[in-house]
Design a protein around this ligand. Structure first.
Ligand SMILES: NC(=O)c1ccc[n+]([C@@H]2O[C@H](COP(=O)([O-])OP(=O)(O)OC[C@H]3O[C@@H](n4cnc5c(N)ncnc54)[C@H](O)[C@@H]3O)[C@@H](O)[C@H]2O)c1
Length: 372
């Protein structure tokens, strides 16, 4: 930033991470390794921790600051000495002008209510959150919720990044996509904050496309998990992934005409569909659901299998279903519709491959990729 003699006069960007689950902790580690010693950024990264008491009686935030590890959500990975866990939300964001939002999506509206009027006027945001809110007026992406409620510009970062495999935490190569609306310069600043030799970040001017990819792929992952639980094999799973990607693209373009086809070939698109359908908690819990024949609910399985981590795909499937039924589009999106009906017990898990009756009206002889 500027020539050496001017550096002291120029204010450094200060980063806070709002959220400290599995991905939140990896995000804090990633950005902290870039802020330290960088003239552009203040060293310290504050990470807001939703306070919990560990079985040993210690508070999670104290344990993180004592061990430099998030012992509950990312055990065994040092976050970096410049990460400070802070259980006080307002205090955690007070000084920051770069705010990284990374909590399960259902908590964001409440968090924004608490933060209204409490953040710096020059703050910029980026959302790593996958999910949407459904309002009477229609779907509201989380970046828009943040912009509307906090009055700040908000980019998104999505991609083939499953944190609980701990691969990114252990610095195995992966990629991510930033989606931005107006300012390329701001997107580049976010890319600078997140990029590492093992974490390649590119930016596209298609915020809705990037965010919808990240959101809708969790519903496709539920479908893939059901296929696994029914032992249907890789051909079926590949078919489900393709149909899912086609529905993701078609729905995104129907909701926002600005969405670009090319976005689906970025990390946030096809790559995230693949990784989420091969690994990831949505696939895993849906597999268990199918193996129990739907006898245990997703809520029970989430509690049993995820130890405090949150499942996004089931709530997103409901939100997507609400959007589809409000517009009368269920018939056009059989996979997205069927996943929700299976999740709430209206259809058995095996319905995930019963497409002949529900398929939209297109000619198979001309291929189905462009059927919408
Ligand atoms: N984990 C991944 O692999 C991954 C990858 C990419 C994106 N994401 C997205 O990142 C976001 C955060 O996921 P995560 O994996 O960091 O979280 P997580 O599911 O691992 O952990 C849940 C978090 O929610 C917190 N929490 C519980 N109750 C709360 C409340 N009432 N209010 C606020 N917070 C509460 C918990 O303390 C914990 O930090 C999600 O939107 C997810 O879709 C996750």
């Amino acid at each position: 930033m500027g020539e050496a003699g001017h550096e002291a006069a120029v204010e450094q960007f200060r980063v806070s991470v709002v959220g400290s689950g599995n991905w939140g902790s990896v995000a804090a580690k990633l950005v902290a390794s870039n802020t330290i010693g960088h003239p552009f950024f203040h060293d310290e990264v504050r990470m807001w921790v939703f306070e919990e008491v560990l079985p040993c009686g210690e508070k999670l935030s104290d344990a993180i600051n004592r061990t430099n590890e998030n012992v509950k959500y990312l055990n065994g990975v040092k976050l970096g000495k410049n990460v400070v866990a802070d259980p006080d939300l307002e205090n955690a964001v007070r000084e920051a002008n770069m705010l990284v939002f990374v909590t399960p999506h259902q908590f964001m509206e409440g968090i924004c209510k608490r933060l209204g009027g409490k953040i710096r006027s020059d703050a910029e945001g980026i959302s790593l959150i996958k999910g949407m809110e459904v309002k009477k007026e229609g779907p509201c992406m989380i970046s828009k919720l943040i912009t509307d409620m906090l009055g700040i510009n908000c980019c998104v970062l999505m991609g083939a990044n499953i944190a609980n495999e701990a691969r990114i935490a252990f610095e195995k190569f992966s990629e991510a996509t930033i989606g931005y609306k107006h300012s390329k310069e701001v997107a580049q600043r976010w890319a600078k904050l997140f990029s590492q030799s093992y974490f390649l970040v590119s930016a596209v001017q298609d915020i809705e496309g990037v965010e919808l990819c990240g959101t809708l792929k969790n519903v496709v992952a539920i479908a893939a998990g059901l296929v696994d639980g029914l032992d249907m094999g890789n051909n079926t799973k590949a078919a489900i992934m393709r149909i899912g990607l086609r529905e993701m693209r078609a729905l995104s373009k129907r909701l926002f005409s600005s969405v670009k086809d090319s976005t689906f070939f970025e990390s946030c698109g096809v790559a995230d569909v693949i990784t989420t359908c091969l690994g990831g908690r949505n696939r895993r819990v849906a597999e268990a659901f199918a193996r129990t024949g739907g006898k245990k609910s997703f809520n029970e399985l989430e509690e049993e299998l995820l130890q405090g981590q949150k499942l996004q795909g089931v709530s997103t499937a409901k939100e997507v279903y609400d959007v589809l039924s409000h517009r009368g589009w269920q018939g056009l999106f059989p996979l997205l519709t069927t996943v929700h009906k299976i999740c709430i017990g209206l259809l058995p898990p095996s319905a995930i491959v019963e497409y002949s009756e529900h398929a939209p009206n297109f000619s198979l002889f001309e291929g189905s990729a462009e059927c919408y």
